[in-house]
Design a protein around this ligand. Structure first.
Ligand code: AMP
Length: 288
């Protein structure tokens, strides 16, 4: 396994692979890897086959964090991540420094951003206003650097996957996007690097996101007809905030393709929510 830290070296490698028709599968991450990330790596390997190359990027992208978010505290452990990637037979870990991705020096300072303007509206954007601009910008850069044939994203970040698919289509990136299912702990908690912050009984309280999803699924089975989204939101807020450390950021019901909110919830709709557990903001989503 190779560790690459410079954009030039990564692009040179990508070009070599392209010239010899080697298929490349790419998994962009912010590191502190867990089994959810590794399920994406396995899907990338399946897509490119044994003779293809799998690249994992590990980069905590500053432009997708707001000024009051956890950028500086975000967990990082490149040694542990490299070990996990080697074990999974990743070919290249691309771990650039901020200066490589966003040069700050004088006249050559970074000043170009990519924005998706429809699917990015609502949900995550309400409390993370410039989040998706940061995501689309860094993913566009990474696509140009790694030049993959396939890129794998997780359904755990449902809106993000939709935004990336739209960006890829709109800007004609020659990349096929795959979306892997959300990988969960045995008790249902969606795996996340931020779960590391959940100390003591916060870990138990964090299960309330998954329990909220289950609760709506049960309601759809037991109550007749479509349910009022507004009523469900009110019920869920008090259900979630019954946990002493939980504060609901948003819960939304929407069309899984257009992401447009739905007023009447029935099976086939999608549900997403963000909840603060103490100071940690967790997200989850599922098809109902
Ligand atoms: P992150 O490192 O959190 O930015 O995530 C990198 C990629 O892994 C994104 O495409 C995420 O959606 C995906 N991912 C994170 N957690 C999970 C999970 N529990 N199951 C599936 N994919 C995940």
């Amino acid at each position: 396994m190779r560790m690459v830290t410079s954009v030039r070296a990564m692009q040179r490698l990508a070009l070599d692979w392209k010239r010899s028709s080697v298929r490349v599968g790419f998994v962009p991450t912010m590191g502190y890897l867990h089994a959810g990330h590794m399920s994406l790596v396995r899907q990338a390997r399946q897509l490119v086959g044994p003779s293809g190359k799998v690249v994992v990027s590990i980069y905590v992208n500053p432009t997708q964090f707001g000024p009051r978010e956890d950028f500086s505290k975000y967990p990082r452990d490149l040694t542990r991540d490299s070990r996990a990637c080697r074990k999974e037979r990743v070919d290249v870990v691309f771990a650039p420094a901020d200066e490589e991705m966003y040069p700050q020096d004088g006249r050559s300072q970074f000043s170009t951003y990519v924005t998706e303007e429809t699917l990015s509206i609502g949900m995550e954007s309400v409390s993370r206003r410039t989040h998706f601009r940061g995501v689309t910008t860094v993913v566009a850069k990474l696509f140009n650097i790694v030049q993959p044939d396939f890129a794998v994203f997780g359904a755990k970040d449902y809106q993000q996957a939709a935004v990336i698919q739209r960006m890829t289509r709109d800007l004609n990136f020659p990349v096929r996007i795959a979306v892997a299912p959300t990988y969960r702990e045995p008790d249902g908690l969606a795996m996340s690097s931020r779960n590391k912050y959940l100390e003591g009984n916060l870990r138990t309280q964090a299960l309330v996101l998954w329990r909220a999803i289950q609760r709506v699924r049960v309601a759809l089975k037991t109550r007749s007809g479509a349910l009022s989204a507004q009523r469900l939101k009110t019920e869920l807020k008090s259900f979630i905030e019954h946990e002493p450390a939980a504060k609901l950021d948003y819960v939304e019901f929407f069309n899984p393709v257009t992401l447009l909110p739905t007023l009447k919830v029935s099976s086939g709709a999608h549900m997403a929510l963000a909840v603060f557990i103490g100071r940690t903001r967790l997200i989850d989503n599922a098809r109902l």
